[in-house]
Each structure stands twice: as structure tokens, then as C-alpha cells.
Design a binder for this molecule. Structure first.
Ligand code: ACM
Length: 495
């Protein structure tokens, strides 16, 4: 494998040249054509680059062939909506990124951002990008991070910071676990008490919070502009104490349950026999789908221990119907594989201890698989026994454990073509701040991003280890807290 400058995920084709680097100066401009789509992109590009360049970046609408510019070229070619490929050419004179879709241009910018590094000190400090040609495209269509904002709440500003982090590593799905026993985090217009009564609580009696519909819309648009789709999860038919606290008619007693701030699972449930249950499910999923421009809504389905298989199937069926009626596809945790789901639904594997017979049968019937295996992808697991945050039920996950696994052979008995992609997950029972969250994510999220993006022949632990060593300094420059895994010889940043 040829030596690569530290880009993560590793690009498909990467040809460094001996030419002089491109220097970003105070007069470097971004060039796009003046279409609404490209103007939005230029604004995102300026946002991505200005923090590195240290000064505002000018946007121009005509390419007169002059030097010192970064040209973003959208060349649609009738390509499919999920075509995320791009090419990036850096010469001393100019940088050109070409892609058939806007998402490809965003990925090209992410690569460029990683290529750029500060040189010089004091007044002579500037950014340079080495001369190179890159051709790149993802292996998997779905490359996600699931964030539990229910156990502890993370608000709009923090979620925007996470979107930026996802975009840096070409991850394209932010899955929000919005509801659980401890709190309800998204305003639902038809059911205002969900957030009025269950929005403020959190694990351990900590302060919660929730996203207003306007804040959710802002997050979705911010993410979309950066190539990231938001997938909302309303977890049913278990994990519902926040709903039962807000609406007493969802409980057999007719009375609201108490607020719950512990971390047990499996004790709360909806009841199909209650007249309020079906309208609740239909209203909530209809509203959440209507607020969500992306194609998927997650209905949860995990860890329901005290319910007959028949009742579970009926409740999951009502939720899935409501999502379909709103024109969206269903995503759900692995346990729903016991229920017939329409082809094209996505089942998310997470618990390596569960039997996969139903899942394999569901895939043969047309369901697709999202891989979030606990021992590799659950980034709330401790790195090692000395990690103060996190859990251990799926074992310890050091950087190499997050990196060295192969999705196509992970689930025996399933056609590798049925694997839609990979999602890292972070649960927040023990995680209370953005710094704590990114400490659990970094560096492991970068490893999973490479598993999701780069082809197997392009992946190698020793090579990854050398590349990621350069990223600690980037996280420091971005004020992102991270864990200095002893598996890497981290390179210091410039003074
Ligand atoms: C899960 O971790 N309960 C999906």
C-alpha cells in the first residue's frame, strides 16, 4: 500500500505529486456557479475552511481561470441521488473538486480540510495543502452515528458540533435516540405534554431539555447542508416511561407514572389494549415523519421483556404503518426481526448475544441490515478497565477493536449485498457533556468511519494507525476533547 497523507477515511485512489503545495492566503477565494444549491455549498465551504484559514473566505461566481482559488464543480451527469463520489485535484495554482452531487463536493471539502496543515510560526503562519489527485467514493451508503440524547440531553449547538464532526469523517447519518424512560427530547405538536412534562428530566436527576420543532428544523437543515441526514428515533413499545409520565391514559392504571432517572431498562411498555395507545402511536409518528425530510424514521423496538410476542408484533406494526403512511421507511433495532416488515425496511443489529435466526430470515424476505455490533461499534463501551466513563457489557473497545472487523462477513448466512451500512452508537447514561461525548467518540469514530467508507483492500491497521496519529492535533485545533489511545504514537501539533 503506498504511503498516504493522513486522510481518514482512506481515499480510494490517492496520487501525491512532487509539485509545490497550494497555499491558503487571505486572498484565497471559493469559486462556484451562482445556483442556489452551489451558493449554499460555497457557504458551507467557507465555514469549513475559514476556521482553518483564520480569516473570512471570499466567494466568487465566475471562474476566470485565475490562480489561488478553490473551485467546486457540480457535474450532475444524471447520477443517482446517493452517488457520493468526488475527485479532488490540488496543484500549486488551484484546487478543483468535482462531483456529480452536492454530497460529493462536501466530502471533497472534508478531504481538503484534512490535507491542509499549518506551517510557519507567528506572522508567517499559513495553511498549505500538498499537491495531490484523489478519486474517491464510499463503500457503504449508510455511515452513521446514533446519539442517545434521552439519558442526557445535548442541545442544538452541541448537535451542530457533532454534525461537523460527522462531516469531517464523511459520515452521512445522524440518528437521534430522542425518547426513553428518562426524558422526551423532541416537541411533538399533537402531543405537547411529552416535552412539557417529560422534557426536563434526565439520568441522575440532571437537567434535561428538548428540541423545539424550530430547533429540530434548524438542525436538520444544518446537517443536510453538510451531507448529513437526520434520522429521528422514537423508541417504542418499550423504553416509554417519559410518554407514560406525560400521558396517564397510556398506562393501565390511567395515572401518569413517576419520573424515572435511573438506568435500568425493560420495565416500561405500551399496552395495545388501551384505547389511547394506537392514536398516540399514529399521532407521534405522523408528526415526527412530517418534520423529517430524510427518508427514514426509527421506531426503536429494543429490549421489550414483559410483553407477549403477539402484542409486541401489533404495536410494532402500528408504528411501522404510521411511518409508511407518512411516506417514510422504517428502521428498527434487531429485535423487530421477529415481526414481518416490508421489504426495504432496515434492521439494526446491535446485541451480539441475541440469536440471529429471525434476522437472517427477515433479510431473505427483503429487509436490509445496518451493522452496529456492540463489541466494535458501541462507543459508550470503555476503552479499557481504567476508562472512567462508559459501560462494559459488550467488552472494552480500544481503537483497534473499532477498526479491525469486516462488515461483509460479520453476519454469516446473509448476502453481503443486504448490508446497507454501519452505524456507531453512543449511549449517554454516564456521559453528561460534549467533552465527555467526544472523548468516547475520538479516536474510535474515525476508525468506524473508515470501516464504512474504504474498501477492504484499502484498509490496514498499521497504515490507519500512522494516519490517525496526525488527527489528535486537528482535534486540538478544533477544541474537541479526545482520548489519547496508547495504541497510537500521537504526533504533536505545531506550537
Ligand atoms: C440498545 O442498545 N438497546 C439498542
Amino acid at each position: 500500500m503506498p504511503e498516504v497523507i493522513g486522510v481518514i477515511p482512506r481515499p480510494h485512489v490517492c496520487e501525491p505529486s512532487d509539485e509545490a503545495p497550494f497555499e491558503v492566503t487571505s486572498s484565497t477565494a471559493i469559486v462556484v456557479r451562482p445556483t442556489p444549491e452551489e451558493i449554499t455549498l460555497a457557504v458551507v465551504a467557507a465555514d469549513l475552511l475559514s476556521s482553518g484559514a483564520g480569516s473570512p473566505v471570499e466567494i466568487r461566481y465566475v471562474d476566470d481561470g485565475s490562480a489561488g482559488v478553490i473551485v467546486l464543480r457540480l457535474t450532475p451527469n444524471g447520477s443517482a441521488a446517493d452517488d457520493e463520489r468526488y475527485t479532488l485535484t490540488v496543484t500549486a495554482a488551484r484546487i478543483v473538486i468535482d462531483a456529480p452531487r452536492r454530497s460529493g463536493l462536501v466530502h471533497g471539502l472534508a478531504t481538503l480540510r484534512q490535507l491542509m496543515r499549518p506551517v510557519g510560526v507567528g506572522a508567517d503562519r499559513r495553511l498549505v495543502a500538498p499537491a495531490i489527485r484523489i478519486e474517491d467514493a464510499p463503500r457503504y451508503r449508510w455511515r452513521g452515528l446514533s446519539v442517545d440524547v434521552a439519558r442526557h440531553f445535548f442541545g442544538l449547538g452541541e448537535l451542530k458540533a457533532l454534525v461537523m464532526l460527522l462531516a469531517r469523517y464523511k459520515l452521512n447519518v445522524l440518528h437521534l435516540h430522542l425518547t426513553d424512560d428518562q426524558g422526551w427530547r423532541l416537541e411533538v405538536p399533537s402531543r405537547p405534554l411529552l416535552t412539557e412534562l417529560s422534557g426536563d428530566s434526565a439520568v441522575g436527576g440532571d437537567t434535561g431539555g428538548f428540541l423545539r420543532t424550530s430547533e429540530y428544523a434548524e438542525l436538520v437543515a444544518y446537517a443536510e447542508a453538510r451531507g448529513v441526514t437526520v434520522v429521528p428515533e422514537v423508541d417504542v413499545p418499550g423504553h416509554v416511561n417519559a410518554a407514560l409520565h406525560a400521558y396517564g391514559e397510556l398506562s393501565p392504571s390511567g395515572q401518569p407514572t413517576d419520573v424515572y432517572t435511573g438506568i435500568d431498562v425493560g420495565f416500561s411498555r405500551l399496552s395495545v389494549a388501551l384505547p389511547a395507545t394506537e392514536p398516540f402511536l399514529r399521532d407521534v409518528f405522523t408528526d415526527v415523519a412530517a418534520m423529517t425530510p430524510g427518508g427514514y424514521v426509527h421506531i426503536g423496538g429494543d429490549e421489550v421483556t414483559e410483553m407477549s410476542a403477539e402484542e409486541y408484533a401489533r404495536l410494532v406494526g402500528i408504528a411501522a404503518d404510521a411511518v409508511h403512511a407518512a411516506g417514510k421507511r422504517v428502521v428498527a433495532w434487531q429485535e423487530v426481526a421477529s415481526v414481518p416488515l416490508s421489504p426495504g425496511s432496515l434492521v439494526q443489529l446491535w446485541d451480539h448475544r441475541l440469536d440471529t435466526t429471525d434476522l437472517i430470515a427477515a433479510v431473505r424476505a427483503g429487509v436490509r441490515v445496518l451493522l452496529s455490533p456492540g463489541p466494535h461499534a458501541y462507543l459508550d463501551m470503555k476503552y479499557d478497565a481504567s476508562t472512567s466513563l462508559g459501560e462494559e457489557w459488550a467488552g472494552h473497545i480500544e481503537l483497534r477493536d473499532a477498526y479491525e472487523w469486516e462488515p461483509s462477513t460479520f453476519l454469516t448466512g446473509v448476502d453481503p449485498a443486504a448490508i446497507e451500512g454501519i452505524e456507531a452508537a453512543v449511549w449517554t447514561e454516564t456521559i453528561r457533556s460534549l467533552d465527555e461525548l467526544t472523548t468516547m467518540l475520538l479516536p474510535r469514530l474515525a476508525a468506524l468511519a473508515e470501516v464504512a467508507w474504504s474498501s477492504p483492500e484499502n484498509r490496514d491497521w498499521a497504515d490507519f494507525r500512522a494516519r490517525i496519529a496526525q488527527h489528535g492535533a486537528m482535534w486540538d485545533r478544533g477544541d474537541l476533547a479526545w482520548y489519547a489511545s496508547p495504541q497510537v504514537d500521537w504526533m504533536p501539533g505545531l506550537p
